[in-house]
Design a protein around this ligand. Structure first.
Ligand code: ZN
Length: 444
């Protein structure tokens, strides 16, 4: 994978675009795209060549130490799933500080502020989000350790760097007096990770005050700017509890056992053949239950995760899974004595993330590809579970972009998570992120 952002031809091309942009405001006819490069795109070129855009990038360069300081400060405020309150309050204050309008926290805990565009209310409103929560539980050591330009701490990349990119972007736009056509709602949302189950973005897009105005959605949540997540990976998660009468392992031998029912269900699930493309997956992630080795358990449970890109395939495996559970319970009730009670099952939905895909041929993603093309980048379209799942499933064009180039972060979701804040590369990465967001904000 090529991680260099501005190779010499691009620098030349940007210089050309910049100069032409300053001289004529219609650089398209003169630009010379590389062979194989996406068609020269007037909007992307206009955005990148705009002197105000250039001065926003320069403003970020000047603001860089503050950006790093904010990254450290926010990372060191623990933000476990369902425990984002303290970080949300800090982020709310930082958003206020940027000068955005209508800075507020909604009933779900999301914090946000509005950037006012020139054609407010005419051009579709774009929401740009990053998530406040991390995967790390309460009590995790989140102190940032520094080694040169490398900063290490749980959550520093995913997604604290996304949050601070938003702050720095707004300040740079304000500083450079950037004008956008449409309004942009900047959001720090709760509930992206794990059992958070996207509840923050779900509220934002289905219940919050802005739900009917958000027409496009970008989440800055990924470790590589070459990758654009345009497919929301759908998932269903259940906690399945099998219950029975229990009894002594010797004295009550022959009585139905929830352990055998659950074991049977697991074995049947494991035999299930699912499509490889588009991919479908299933997993038993947690098993629990029982009280002692010489007792027939009265309760055992398993947590199951099933995923699919295609909504119909997710529905299909869901139906098959439910039948497997019911069949395993019936089989156990038929195999042993139910004199003291039958096996019953409690199927509790503990996670539901909708799936869907935004086509690379859609106007928004064609723009994304064209803007990346200005930086000699070709997007790799990817499937993943992000806050973009919710808007995609609602038919709102949405996608996820990276926080930095691919070599500048790693070990997400681990205790030795790290990001590199080497300034030259960070400024280049910022420029690409800003160009992507601003070009989407200009789309009619
Ligand atoms: Zn994330």
């Amino acid at each position: 994978m090529n991680h260099s952002i501005l190779c010499p031809p691009t620098q030349r091309r940007l210089a050309t675009i910049f100069t032409i942009g300053l001289l004529a405001l219609s650089p398209v006819a003169n630009a010379q795209p590389r062979p194989g490069a996406p068609e020269a795109n007037p909007l992307a070129m206009r955005v990148v060549a705009d002197p105000k855009f250039r001065s926003a990038v320069a403003a970020f360069d000047r603001d860089f130490e503050r950006y790093v300081a904010e990254l450290i400060k926010l990372t060191e405020i623990p933000s476990p799933p369902f425990g984002e309150w303290a970080r949300a309050q800090a982020y709310l204050a930082m958003l206020k500080d940027t000068g955005l309008e209508n800075v507020e926290q909604d009933a779900e805990g999301n914090v946000m502020g509005l950037w006012r565009g020139k054609s407010s209310g005419v051009v579709p409103l774009l929401a740009v989000a990053a998530h406040l929560d991390t995967v790390f539980p309460e009590g995790t050591d989140v102190k940032v350790k520094r080694s040169g330009t490398r900063l290490m701490a749980p959550g520093i990349g995913d997604d604290t760097r996304g949050l601070t990119t938003i702050l720095a972007l707004v300040r740079a736009m304000r500083d450079a007096k950037v004008e956008t056509a449409g309004d942009i709602l900047f959001v720090g949302n709760v509930g992206e990770e794990g059992l958070g189950d996207l509840h923050g973005s779900r509220f934002l897009l289905t219940k919050g005050a802005w739900k009917d105005r958000i027409k496009r959605f970008i989440t800055i949540d990924g470790g590589n700017l070459d990758i654009v997540t345009n497919s929301g990976l759908g998932s269903l998660r259940y906690k399945v509890t099998f219950k029975g009468p229990g009894g002594h392992s010797w004295g009550a031998f022959g009585t139905v056992s929830p352990a055998f029912a659950m074991g049977d269900a697991m074995a049947r699930l494991g035999q299930l053949k699912v499509p490889k493309s588009p991919k479908v997956s299933y997993n038993v992630g947690v098993v629990s239950g029982g009280t002692s080795v010489n007792s027939i358990p009265f309760e055992v449970a398993m947590e199951v995760d099933m995923r699919a890109v295609d909504p119909a395939a997710l529905k299909d495996i869901d139906a098959k899974f439910k039948k497997i559970v019911a069949d395993a319970v019936d089989a156990e009730n038929a195999a042993r004595s139910t004199a003291n009670g039958k096996i019953i099952v409690d199927l509790k939905l503990i996670g539901e993330r909708p799936s869907g895909t935004l086509s690379p041929d859609s106007p928004v993603l064609r723009q994304v590809a064209a803007t990346l093309g200005v930086f000699d980048k070709v997007p790799a379209w990817e499937t993943n579970s992000t806050d973009a799942n919710i808007p995609i499933s609602l038919g709102i064009p949405a996608f996820s972009i990276g926080r930095n180039s691919g070599t500048k972060s790693g070990r997400n979701h681990s205790l030795d998570e790290w990001v590199d804040v080497e300034k030259v590369q960070a400024v280049k990465d910022f420029e690409i992120t800003a160009a992507l967001i601003l070009s989407v904000a200009e789309l009619p």
